[in-house]
Design a protein around this ligand. Structure first.
Ligand SMILES: NC(=O)c1ccc[n+]([C@@H]2O[C@H](COP(=O)([O-])OP(=O)(O)OC[C@H]3O[C@@H](n4cnc5c(N)ncnc54)[C@H](O)[C@@H]3O)[C@@H](O)[C@H]2O)c1
Length: 292
């Protein structure tokens, strides 16, 4: 008996039948025109690699020109089809220009990862269990609040707006927002502005999924737990921080950015054809609570 089965995908306009359930077919992203914001580091870079290593055409967008140049050069040397666009996601005009350049280059836009984000400084509680003066509600720096909201929430909105502009006329598209498990729970040691920014991005993702479903555009989110990246000056590499994070995680470790690659392929490919408005948690069980 063959492992092939008939899978029927209901397209809003037509009914498409395809007779393949091989992993290679379901997760095929070859030739797709993709954008990843915050693509020059960490989780965004891992998503970019996952797509490009599987034949997608990937534009990495980032605010850090040096990192972007270096990453695009090294991926290009590996034979991957990538290009870079300098962008500040908090600036709608900057996002609009970068998306337009990308569409001009590829002629279309299939997949967008709205991933760029920053940390928000200390929470109200230090890792030592002591209250942190500048992290308490009455002492929050409003400029920092606005900066975090403008990148982590407004930045997602700008990417959704520019994605919708280009995807609606073509009648297809997939958008993936990087939120956080901090969008689903409170965390005392995370800077307060980060939580509403990520919770807002999460709910914005659901509203966009509802609005854009009619146009055959799917919108989902990845909610990571602690991953070893460059965020917050790479604080996860600090041995004491890492030890505490590992102790609080049921799998007793932090995530490696490469572990995002499977979800990236799922949400960018036809394997996720009936998934929209979902936030997929990838946290080694951290949200479940303390195990031992
Ligand atoms: N690492 C974690 O533990 C973790 C956990 C949950 C969620 N996240 C989220 O994952 C996403 C990626 O973070 P990361 O951990 O890979 O961090 P990172 O610092 O390694 O990478 C973030 C990238 O975004 C870029 N960036 C920052 N501000 C930008 C802006 N205004 N416009 C364009 N690019 C900008 C940076 O230059 C950097 O290259 C963020 O949204 C972050 O909030 C990370």
């Amino acid at each position: 008996m063959t492992i092939r089965s008939v899978l029927t995908i209901l397209d809003p306009k037509t009914t498409v039948r395809f007779e393949m359930s091989t992993a290679a077919h379901l997760f095929d992203v070859s030739g797709l025109a993709c954008v990843i914001t915050g693509g020059a580091s960490g989780i965004g870079l891992a998503c970019a690699e996952a797509l490009a290593e599987n034949g997608a055409k990937v534009t990495l967008m980032d605010i850090n020109a040096n990192s972007l140049d270096g990453i695009v050069s090294s991926l290009t040397r590996r034979g991957l089809d990538v290009r870079g666009e300098l962008v500040d996601v908090s600036d709608r005009a900057s996002v609009a220009t970068a998306f337009q350049n990308t569409v001009n280059h590829y002629g279309r836009l299939d997949v967008v990862f709205a991933n760029a984000g920053i940390d928000a400084g200390p929470g109200f509680l230090g890792r030592d269990g002591q209250r942190v003066f500048e992290g308490t509600l009455e002492n929050l720096d409003l400029r920092n609040w606005e900066r975090v909201i403008s990148i982590n929430l407004n930045g997602v909105l700008h990417c959704l707006q520019e994605s919708a502009k280009h995807m609606k006329p073509q009648g297809s598209g997939k958008i993936v927002v990087t939120t956080s498990i901090a969008s689903l729970r409170s965390v005392a040691w995370v800077g307060t502005p980060y939580l509403p920014a990520k919770a807002g991005a999460s709910h914005l993702m659901r509203q966009a999924a509802l609005e854009l479903a009619k146009y055959n555009i799917q919108v989902n989110a990845i909610a990571p737990g602690a991953f070893a990246t460059n965020i917050a000056d790479g604080h996860v590499r600090d041995p004491e921080v890492r030890r505490l994070l590992e102790a609080g995680n049921p799998q007793h470790r932090v995530g490696d950015p490469a572990e995002i690659k499977g979800i990236a392929l799922l949400l960018a490919s036809r394997a996720s054809s009936f998934i929209t408005g979902s936030e997929i948690v990838i946290d080694g069980g951290a949200l479940l609570g303390q195990a031992d």
